[in-house]
Design a protein around this ligand. Structure first.
Ligand code: SF4
Length: 65
């Protein structure tokens, strides 16, 4: 699975980072980093990546097949 980020929606509070720090990070300007932008999330991180998608309060994260 891949995860797309709607950067216009993201408010940078980092709930997804707390859920899945191996998948997401925040840079020095509190901009979200998707460590697997455009590529498949490794299998060992899929469960936490889905939890991160569900945790986003503004629905900025979307799972793609
Ligand atoms: S939880 Fe949503 S709004 Fe918050 S940093 Fe992650 S993508 Fe952005």
């Amino acid at each position: 699975m891949k995860i797309s980020v709607d950067y216009l929606r993201c408010e940078g509070h980092g709930l997804c980072v707390e859920q899945a720090p191996a998948v997401f990070g925040l840079d020095d300007d509190a901009e979200l980093i998707n460590r697997f932008e455009g590529t498949d999330v490794p299998g060992e991180y899929v469960t936490v990546a889905r939890a991160a998608v569900d945790s986003c309060p503004v629905a900025a994260l979307r799972e793609q097949s």
